[in-house]
Design a protein around this ligand. Sequence first.
Ligand code: FES
Ligand code: FES
Length: 153
Amino acid sequence: MATYQLKVNGKSQTVEASEDTPLLWILRDHLDLVGTKFGCGIAQCGACTVHLDGNAVRSCSLPIASVQNQEITTIEGLSEDGSHPVQKAWKAVDVPQCGYCQAGQIMTASAFLEKNPAPTEEEIKNAMHGNICRCASYNRIYKAVEMAAENKS
Ligand code: FES
Ligand code: FES
């Protein structure tokens, strides 16, 4: 066990854990931020996506020891009230089905649009490609990302 200093959703947090504990478990079990989901556990599905210094990363495969002193943002920290353009577009398009993959989808989409605010359809599909949705809500996901880009730019 060791002590780690993390910055999560703008708040400093001190956590005790083994160095190889995945960030996902720190978020869910230590900090009670359960919006980030566990899917595959092997960086293949995207359900656990959060932002690390603004980049979309898979928290199931990131040991806590590797994320200290970086800005971690989870779905709970994306906006206080669901007012982020991606969240608004998600609601307008009514994207979710079962909802399980959606936090990861939104975190991938929001990091992507920060870097590419006016993407082509092709770029949106490429960016979202690694986030699996077992309900196959892909068309609505693409539409919502497009709408968020329009509302942002
Ligand atoms: S749970 Fe992390 S990528 Fe699937
Ligand atoms: S909405 Fe069910 S897994 Fe994506």
